[in-house]
Design a protein around this ligand. Structure first.
Ligand code: ADP
Length: 885
């Protein structure tokens, strides 16, 4: 291009041109401007000076675009020059706008032509005809201009129009001027007016739009504008570069439409920043955070969700989160979410969530609805935290709890669990409900409501204390009044209040277990009462009574004991009453007493006890066991009755009898001798004395009978004394027992004709014994059989084998018999059955005593088989040396 040719005309060339133009200036009146081929100003006339308001000299050879402050550097003018120098030599009637000082625009119509001068020089002649006013413009242009002006001034955007290739500001509205900081821009190129735009790529963009005709839309494009010397202002612009075209369709400028969106961008940036910060916070918290939209679809899931589940954005879309829940929990989780979402309410649920390793872990999902400032529902926001360990523990506890509940329910011991300060009955088994006298409905209610009768009783206070202190309370035989069947009933209970602690050791409830001991307490109370009565009675009794526990320790002595010994109860308990027993009886007593303690059998014994004066007094001692229902000994009652006087009398009686029998024995023996002699003589002379009618024989026989009886009695009395004095001597000889029996029966038959005594010998046997004493036993048995069988004559004596080398002799009658209770007693000295029988049947009650002593001393055994009213069978068993059938 010519203008880019830097070389300027030589002085000589210039002179030629100037001479030439001076002539022109003289003839042409219109404002005229002459340029050389380099588009430098080489001449102008005075009219042009006037129109362009040029004062003084103009700078020679200055580029026309720099002329007069660059007023002619407009796109249209450049177009004119370009056209002149490239396409044709003449331009006619082209309108251009020139901005004069004070920014006043002035329109000119330009006519131009290129004049060829000699020397191959050329000049450009430009004439400017001033457009008088807007009225000179065509009507269409006027409408257009007004419209443009209107748009420009009223548009909310910053608008300007750039003309020509250099993007010269042709027009700009107030917003635009303001946007670029009130710079003087009209008539200047963008590069000149906003030099900082170049480095930011805007000129390049404009060039591109201008050259290609493609509009450009800038979106929030940052622009740094210089506001001070070194100060810059950052702006963000939404803008459009729209190419404009001339009538021929050629691009002649760019329409620029700018909206400063700096504020929004900053605000949004801030929001974005804080959102980013929030996001980073959300992503760094250890929980999963999620947000759903108003349709319940996933709107956001933080990083933790993806890293935990291994899901990607696609998986998690919509309600994709449900795919990560455990199949068994899916429905539950879905329902909980949708329910909360639909009702716009908070919820909390735990379910199993699959991690990326494919394992399911328990999580707690908690969410709340989100509302905007106007209260419109925006969706839900929730967190998911891992509670796996806790849940497992909880499950364990729950399982344990379940098991515990099962155990409690089944337990026969009345059991209940109370929780919380209100003592809610969490659990009560049937046994407890029965104990309370209530029904199932009490479960779940506070204890004081379920059992209002506890008001005024200490239990609610005790429970509260356990809850506060954590100390177990043991109730022992505590009295409890309960309303049972509409009646207040008193019971006694052994029970515990045990605090229950959770895994953190906090007390959350109380376990109550109770056993009804009412029966035992009341019977104890009764016992106490009866004990009291017993003591009263014991004190009133004439004898000395003591009580001994099952082990043999004395626990009670009545008043007589204290009086007798002159000692206190404590002393007696310490030494035991056996310490008062005479040394002669003590050993026997202690042995028998030990037997009693071992076997539970009663004891009866005569012994001497030392009184407070140190004198031994005879007592009949009876120790009786008091037994439990199961037969075990509960305690012993010992009664000591003074028998000293009886004993004395007995002694005297014995001594007397001893004396009497001694005295009697000799004469009676001789009487017997004589009577026998008489009888023998009489038999011999029987025939001779046949004539005699005297009842001599019966009389004598009776004498003999009586004497026999007398003799026997006397010898028994003597034996008694001998036994007492340990002087009963036994002979030892072998003899035939069958013979002895036959002889004895024969003897008895001899004097006893009324009874029929049969002897049955199943065996023949030899024994070693005192023949007379054994005979004495047989006589005693048979005589008793006769004596106590008034209504029956039959008596059977039998000798039989008892064992391999033992023989039994039994005497059986069918008389009055002996009651079971007397079976043992009849073998005691002087014991006779019943007072009345004493009157009916004569005797002393020593026959069986002696028989027993004799047989025992032969190491034999006496047995009795008898029933009252049905007869008796007395037998003895002895060792035999020989037994033959
Ligand atoms: P006694 O016959 O002299 O009284 P015993 O020692 O021989 O003395 O007998 C003691 C008691 O035993 C008798 O008093 C009598 O009550 C009872 N008795 C002995 N034998 C019989 C019998 N065969 N039948 C019924 N009672 C008997």
């Amino acid at each position: 291009m010519l203008e880019s040719d830097t070389s300027k005309l030589s002085k000589k060339e210039l002179n030629i041109i100037q001479n030439y133009t001076e002539d022109l200036f003289k003839t042409v009146r219109e404002p005229l401007l002459v340029l050389d081929r380099h588009r430098n100003v080489v001449g102008l006339n005075s009219n042009l000076k006037k129109k362009f308001k040029i004062n003084g000299e103009f700078e020679e050879r200055v580029s026309v675009f720099e002329f007069n402050n660059g007023q002619l550097d407009t796109p249209e003018f450049r177009d004119i020059l370009n056209y002149l120098q490239t396409e044709g030599n003449t331009v006619t009637e082209r309108d251009i706008q020139v901005v004069l000082p004070q920014k006043r625009k002035r329109g000119f119509t330009v006519n131009a032509s290129v004049l060829q001068l000699p020397d191959e020089n050329s000049i450009i002649l430009l004439s400017f005809k001033k457009l008088k006013n807007i009225g000179d413009l065509s009507r269409q242009e006027k409408v257009y201009n007004r419209l443009v002006e209107n748009i420009l001034s009223n548009a909310p955007a910053a608008i300007c129009i750039l003309r020509g290739q250099e993007h010269t500001f042709e027009v700009a509205n107030e917003h635009y001027i303001e946007l670029i900081g009130h710079r003087d821009i009209i008539g200047k190129t963008v590069k000149e007016a906003i030099p900082e735009a170049e480095s930011q790529g805007f000129i390049e963009l404009l060039d591109h739009v201008y050259s290609t005709g493609e509009p450009y839309i800038g979106n929030e494009t940052p622009l740094k504008l210089k506001v001070g010397k070194d100060d810059f202002k950052n702006s963000h612009l939404n803008f459009v570069y729209q190419p404009t075209r001339n009538k021929k369709g050629k691009i002649d400028g760019i329409f620029v439409h700018v909206v400063d969106v700096s504020e929004q961008v900053v605000a949004r940036k801030n929001v974005e920043d804080s959102e980013a910060r929030l996001r980073s916070v959300i992503n760094t918290v250890p929980a999963i955070i999620w947000i759903t939209d108003t349709d319940g679809q996933s709107a956001f899931l933080n990083k933790n969700w993806y890293s935990y589940t291994g899901q990607n954005n696609e998986d998690a879309k919509g309600m994709g989160w449900l795919d990560a829940t455990h199949p068994d929990d899916r429905k539950k989780a879905e329902f909980a979410f949708l329910d909360a979402h639909n009702q716009k309410k908070s919820y909390s649920i735990s379910f199993r969530l699959r991690n990326k390793q494919g394992e399911y872990r328990w999580v707690l999902d908690k969410a709340s609805p989100k509302f905007d400032d106007d209260g419109n529902y925006e969706g839900m926001i929730g967190t998911v935290i891992n509670v796996h360990e806790e849940r497992l523990k909880e499950n364990l506890v729950r399982e344990k709890d379940h098991r515990l509940q099962g155990i409690v329910k089944e337990a026969t011991v009345a059991t209940a669990i109370y929780t919380g300060r209100e003592m809610n009955i969490e659990l009560a088994n049937d046994a407890m409900i029965k104990l309370w006298g209530k029904d199932d409905s009490v479960i779940g209610t506070p204890l004081h409501k379920a059992l209002p009768e506890l008001d005024g009783q200490p239990f609610l206070g005790l429970l509260r204390n356990v809850l506060e202190t954590g100390e177990i309370y043991w109730g022992k035989e505590d009295k409890v009044d309960l309303m049972i069947d509409g009646e207040m009933q008193t019971g006694y209970y052994n029970f515990t209040y045990k605090p229950l602690r959770d895994k953190n050791g906090e007390i959350y409830g109380i376990l109550n277990m109770a056993i009804d001991v009412t029966e035992s307490v009341t019977s104890k109370m009764l016992l106490k009462e009866s004990e009291f009565h017993f003591r009263q009675m014991a004190d009133l009794m004439p004898g000395m009574v003591s009580k001994t526990d099952a082990k043999g320790d004395d626990i009670y002595f009545n008043k007589n004991w204290l009086d007798f010994t002159g000692k206190g109860s404590k002393y007696l308990q310490e030494v035991g009453w056996e310490s008062f027993i005479h040394p002669d009886e003590k050993e026997t007593f202690l042995k028998a007493w030990e037997d009693c303690l071992n076997t539970g059998c009663n004891l009866e014994m005569q012994l001497r006890l030392k009184n407070k004066e140190g004198k031994y007094i005879w007592h009949l001692t009876r120790c009786e066991a008091v037994k439990e229902d199961d037969g075990s000994v509960k305690m012993w009652i010992a009664a000591n009755t003074e028998i000293d006087k009886i004993k004395e009398e007995e002694k005297r009686k014995e001594e007397f009898l001893k004396m009497v029998s001694h005295e009697l024995k000799t004469p009676v023996t001789s009487i017997k001798g004589y009577v026998q002699l008489l009888l023998t003589l009489l038999k011999k002379q029987k025939e001779a004395a046949e004539a005699s009618k005297l009842p001599l024989q019966p009389s004598l026989e009776r004498i003999n009978h009586q004497v026999t009886r007398l003799t026997r009695l006397i010898s028994e009395i003597l034996d008694l004394s001998r036994i007492r004095e340990n002087q009963l001597e036994l002979k030892s000889e072998e003899f035939n027992l069958n013979e002895l029996l036959a002889e004895t029966i024969q003897d008895i038959n001899y004097t006893n004709t009324q009874h029929k005594i049969a002897l049955e010998s199943e065996v023949q046997c030899q024994i070693i014994a005192d023949r007379d004493r054994i005979g004495q036993v047989v006589i005693n048995f048979v005589m008793n059989a006769i004596k106590y069988s008034p209504g029956s004559q039959e008596i059977n004596v039998k000798i039989s084998r008892e064992d391999k080398d033992k023989v039994r002799v039994s005497v059986k009658d069918f008389g009055i018999g002996i009651g079971q209770e007397n079976h043992k007693k009849i073998f005691k000295r002087f014991y006779r059955v019943g007072v009345k029988s004493e009157e009916t049947y004569s005797g002393f009650g020593i026959g069986l005593y002696l028989a027993n002593e004799i047989i025992e001393r032969h190491n034999g055994e006496i047995q009795l088989n008898s029933e009252l009213g049905k007869g008796s069978e007395f037998s003895f068993i002895l060792n035999a040396t020989q037994i033959t059938s």
